[in-house]
Design a protein around this ligand. Structure first.
Ligand SMILES: CC(C)(COP(=O)(O)OP(=O)(O)OC[C@H]1O[C@@H](n2cnc3c(N)ncnc32)[C@H](O)[C@@H]1OP(=O)(O)O)[C@@H](O)C(=O)NCCC(=O)NCCS
Length: 169
């Protein structure tokens, strides 16, 4: 069956939304008492994967994570809140956006720590990419994210093309 023939009806962004909470434990921190960047990246990947799976109800794998900047350190004992949603689906891939905030448990103060964009690909049992349902953007913010996801995809595909060419010598 072709990708077009497999196409399922669209789903609203709200169907994929995820909120995940982590408490920063001593094992998550460096000697300064700040969480390891790699630990946050792992949480982002997990949160995004759940959003991708909620959208397509298929097995998904992480194809890429865009450049990630940590804007503020997250301290031991803080509550980390990750929110994810599917911004746009393409053919077999989809973009998930994740926003990460740190909450001071004593004051309730929130600080934006980083945002990330990940691409997931839905695969069948043999590991071959398969079609994903389109995303239905409803709010103005969802429409904005939808349009921006298209621009980011163009950059990713260009980068991928350049990498392939470079590896072929
Ligand atoms: C992701 C994977 C399934 C893509 O397989 P592939 O044979 O390269 O498939 P295709 O070239 O047909 O690409 C499939 C889709 O993925 C997208 N894609 C592939 N690599 C990508 C990347 N690095 N960034 C963004 N999108 C990517 C393609 O644009 C295409 O999207 P579309 O169908 O929506 O247009 C394959 O590379 C893979 O299994 N990678 C390992 C995934 C993994 O193990 N992740 C966990 C981290 S260890």
């Amino acid at each position: 069956m072709s990708v077009t023939e497999q196409m399922a009806p669209g789903k609203p962004v709200s169907a994929s939304q995820v909120e995940m909470v982590q408490v920063v434990l001593p094992s998550d921190t460096n000697p300064l008492g700040n969480v390891f960047g790699g630990t946050v990246m792992g949480w982002i990947d997990l949160c995004a994967a759940v959003a991708a799976q909620r959208h397509c109800r298929q097995i998904v794998v992480t194809a890429s994570m865009d450049a990630l900047s940590f804007l503020a350190p997250i301290r031991l004992g803080y509550t980390v809140i990750l929110r994810a949603q599917v911004n746009r689906a393409f053919h077999t891939s989809l973009e998930v956006g994740v926003q990460v905030e740190a909450e001071n448990p004593l004051t309730g103060e929130l600080e934006h720590c980083c945002s990330a964009f990940l691409t997931f690909v839905a695969i069948d049992a043999a590991g071959h990419p398969i079609a994903v349902p389109p995303v239905i953007a409803q709010t103005s913010q969802e429409h904005e994210r939808y349009e921006e996801a298209g621009l980011r995809r163009e950059d990713r595909l260009k980068w991928r093309h350049r990498k392939k060419q470079a590896s072929q010598g």
